[in-house]
Design a protein around this ligand. Structure first.
Ligand code: UGB
Length: 628
């Protein structure tokens, strides 16, 4: 109390409120007035921030934490009373009539969409020191995830405007959720690269704050071991995105501007924009309030399973059950083998890839009731079985896909399954962990023990499951592009199998294109003509232009095309050269940049045919022979 005069009246009120919540330890150790007064004020400023950035303030945080900690101590299962079953949703088959119809609807609707990238995570599992969105998604062109995302949104915007929807919004906004760990580096990346062609005003940042750590089951806030005048904080999880969209007023702005859809996506999935038009089309056609994009999931793969949960009291919901909880839930409810693949070779529960599409109207209506608060969880590591003391402080966490948990049964919640090769190739695991393949048939018990939250455990890869590494992420881009071109009528050679950083992967021809070359399959197909297009396995094709047409192109080597809008380029005839080769590198070789080491290879550029077209006009590559 001797220090009260240091504080503003608001701060005094806040401190008193904390005393009532059994948080006196935050102040008891304070020095006499005159000693470290600035630090004391800084603590109150931090408390004010923690209070203001949590829906309902610290009182609500502490109350929820006490309840969740008591449940955890009592061993209460969050799914008590619920029975899981396999849900049904829209299953897309790439390039069939249905897919093309949904894509067309989706491209039209895109004009009324807003995108939200959650990029507050540091990616400790990946062991990369930079921000993940700065990583190249492939090393043929070196395009970063962020560049690819921005260019994909711009391409969708152009395609949607071209389809013509009369009056209405024209620029698709992008909101990026950052955290203290990623904020300034994400901003710098955009500024340094002229926002990758997007108007700076089109991009909005919403920064999540960390939440207070908890020292015990009574939810006493943890003081920072390094500074007695600070509360220790940790990330709260991607679920923060909902309260931030609400409190920033962005959702309301978007709705007022005539937007209908908000699409959430994660930091390192280089494939997902290939599935966005069709899944947005599904949302629009089926009038889903909530649509989760999913892919067939290998049992025990570290992605949540979309599950129908039916409660004893009759309630049902279709929701993501996180990967560490699905197996125990299944075992406890009549699936004695837990999370296992069925005869299709996949788990019957589709894998949540956290690509969510919400209709803004009902979403905003719901958030005005909840303020964006999401059902949280706590995951304390106890010292012993009495569950009294923690090994280290814990905190509440939340996940963005848990939003539907509080929705009434009348809400239209659905999901859309796309082929994994088309929609999902995240970069999450470091090379060493990705290469730790476990044979789960021979060692089932070991595997079950591994399914828990501790970072050193949950990245073990059961045999045959995707690695989710920089290596597999890049190879997935080439595979998807090759398969799409095959579907469009190009003869693309089969892949070879190679091992990089201990991971055996398929290596397809290195085919890449800028998103504006085609956001939907029908657009890509319209740019391929003739029945003589072929690409050999050792080839590289990089298409950097909107109006590039493949017409009986026989490629055996590297062909690199860069063309401004308005330059119409026909790639035709035979192209043969030494090409670009994939060269193994060792991830322990510290002389190489980290982004190269984590994928285990680099591209050796030996010889290529390159066409750069800076002036609108009509061109052929290779150029036709000049007649004398
Ligand atoms: N993120 C934030 O923005 N803030 C945070 O505080 C934390 C993360 P991870 P996770 O699709 O692969 C999710 O760590 O949480 C961002 C789903 O829960 O990569 O283990 C972060 O920057 C799971 O069901 O993934 O698992 C990143 O962009 C499954 O869908 C995103 O949140 C899995 O992703 C995800 O963070 C998947």
């Amino acid at each position: 109390y001797k220090n009260l005069s240091l504080l503003s009246p608001d701060q005094v009120e806040l401190a008193k409120g904390l005393l009532d919540l059994n948080q006196a330890h935050l102040f008891q150790h304070w020095d006499e007035p005159g000693v470290e007064d600035d630090e004391k004020r800084a603590l109150l400023e931090q408390i004010t921030l923690l209070n203001g950035s949590y829906p309902g303030g610290l009182a609500s945080y502490i109350k929820t934490a006490r309840q969740l900690l008591a449940d955890s101590k009592a061993g209460k299962n969050p799914y008590d009373g619920f029975t899981p079953s396999v849900p049904s949703g829209e299953v897309l088959k790439f390039a069939d009539d249905n897919f093309i119809r949904y894509e067309e609807i989706g491209v039209r609707e895109a004009r009324r969409a807003a995108f939200v990238l959650v990029a507050g995570g540091l990616g400790e599992r990946l062991g990369y020191n930079g921000i993940k969105v700065a990583l190249p998604l492939e090393s043929t062109t070196g395009t970063s995830f962020l560049q690819h995302y921005v260019e994909s949104i711009l391409a969708l915007q152009d395609a949607s405007l071209e389809l013509g929807q009369g009056e209405g919004p024209t620029e698709i906004p992008l909101a990026i959720m950052t955290s203290d760990d990623t904020h300034s580096r994400t901003q710098e990346l955009l500024q340094k690269n002229s926002y990758f062609g997007m108007k700076p005003t089109q991009i909005k940042f919403i920064k999540q704050e960390k939440v207070a750590c908890l020292d015990d089951n009574d939810a006493r806030l943890a003081l920072d071991p390094k500074n007695k005048y600070r509360i220790q904080t940790k990330p709260h999880g991607h679920g923060d995105v909902h309260s931030l969209l609400y409190s920033s007023g962005l959702l309301k702005q978007w709705l007022d501007a005539g937007r209908k859809w908000v699409l959430f996506f994660q930091d390192t999935n280089g494939l997902l924009f290939k599935a966005i038009p069709a899944s947005l089309g599904v949302s629009a056609a089926k009038e889903y309030h909530v649509n989760s994009l999913a892919v067939p999931r290998k049992a025990k793969e570290a992605i949540g399973g979309i599950t129908r949960l039916t409660h004893q009291d009759g309630r049902t919901m279709v929701i993501n059950v996180e990967y560490n909880q699905l197996d125990p839930l299944l075992r406890a409810s009549g699936y004695p083998n837990g999370d296992v693949n069925d005869e299709t070779g996949y788990s019957p529960f589709p894998g949540n890839i956290n690509q969510l599409i919400f209709e803004i109207g009902p979403y905003l209506e719901e958030l005005s009731k909840t303020g964006g608060a999401i059902k949280e969880f706590v995951n304390p590591k106890y010292k012993d079985s009495t569950k009294t003391d923690f090994k280290s402080s814990t905190r509440l966490e939340c996940m963005m896909q848990d939003y539907p948990k509080t929705l009434p049964p009348s809400a239209r919640v659905g999901f859309t399954v796309a082929d994994a090769w088309l929609a999902y190739a995240p970069v999450k695991n470091n090379p060493e962990d990705a290469a730790k393949v476990i044979d789960c048939v021979e060692k089932p018990f070991r595997l079950f023990r591994l399914i828990d939250f501790s970072p050193s455990c949950y990245m073990q890869v059961p045999k045959g499951n995707p690695y989710h590494s920089a290596t597999s992420g890049e190879m997935a881009i080439y595979r998807a592009n090759s398969l799409i071109l095959r579907e469009a009528g190009v003869e693309v050679s089969d892949p070879i199998r190679s091992t990089f950083n201990g991971q055996e992967v398929e290596v397809w021809p290195r085919v890449t294109w800028k998103p504006k070359w085609g956001v939907a399959f029908s657009e890509i197909k319209s740019k391929v003509s003739g029945d003589g297009n072929s690409i050999t396995g050792r080839s590289t094709l990089a298409i950097g232009g909107r109006s590039v047409y493949l017409e009986n192109l026989a490629l055996d080597g590297a062909l690199i095309i860069d063309a401004v809008d308005g330059a119409k380029v026909k790639a035709t005839g035979s192209v043969q050269n030494a090409g670009w080769k994939i060269e193994n590198v060792d991830f322990r070789d510290t002389a190489l940049p980290e982004e190269v080491r984590i994928r285990g290879f680099k591209i050796g550029r030996e010889e290529q045919l390159e066409g750069t077209y800076e002036v609108p006009g009509e061109y052929s590559i290779p150029p036709p022979p000049v007649s004398k």
